[in-house]
Design a protein around this ligand. Structure first.
Ligand SMILES: [Ca+2]
Length: 198
């Protein structure tokens, strides 16, 4: 066999038979691909979680705004007297047509059932009836759990700044990452519109 023939047969080999992957190369390729996929999966999981949290934050903000607007509306409609806007135990019901027990001084489930007093954020929310003791907002009230907005809790704090001005702080807790709770706080000031001369 001449030298030329030998070279030819070598060239033929590399033209036709493209050399396949060795087992080690395949394993390395799969390993690199797996790392890439794990990274992608982690990014997708993070994006989904982040989007769920931001949805909860948006809803919590809406609850804060709605709570402040409801309080303003209660004042404007004179459903409650200005002096009645207070937390439980601090309400002045003197000479008021509607008796009011006050906003709860603790976090309550947020619901779309304001209870017997028609005001959201009070202890009788989600109570279907007053229970055996005949008093709304106590522990024996049967509740309508279906009306609860799952994952949100609200607390309304009212401070008297003067005889005609109150500070309203609305705190709404929502589900954040890994079972933790986030909190959105809204602050508003309520003046005694009934005293404003028109
Ligand atoms: Ca209520």
């Amino acid at each position: 066999m001449s030298n030329n023939e030998t070279r030819l047969s070598h060239e033929k080999k590399s033209e036709n038979g493209e050399r396949g992957f060795t087992l080690v190369e395949a394993v390395i390729a799969i390993f690199i691909m797996t790392i890439g996929l794990i990274g992608t999966a982690a990014a997708i999981t993070y994006a989904l979680e982040f989007s769920a949290i931001s949805r909860n934050v948006t809803k919590a903000k809406l609850v804060v705004v709605a709570s402040i607007e409801e309080i303003e509306s209660l004042r404007n409609s004179r459903r409650l007297d200005f002096k009645q806007f207070a937390n439980a135990g601090a309400v002045d019901n003197t000479d008021s047509p509607n008796q009011f027990l006050g906003f709860a001084d603790r976090f309550l489930e947020v619901s779309n059932l304001p209870g017997a007093d028609g005001v959201n954020g009070t202890p009788d929310d989600i109570s279907v009836n007053p229970g055996a003791d005949g008093i709304y907002g106590t522990d024996d009230d049967p509740i309508d759990a279906a009306r609860i907005r799952q994952g949100y809790q609200r607390k309304i704090e009212i401070t008297n700044l003067s005889a005609t001005l109150k500070k309203i702080v609305v705190r709404v807790r929502y589900s954040s990452s890994a079972g933790k709770l986030g909190e959105i706080v809204g602050v508003s000031y309520l003046n005694d519109e009934t005293r404003v001369t028109r």
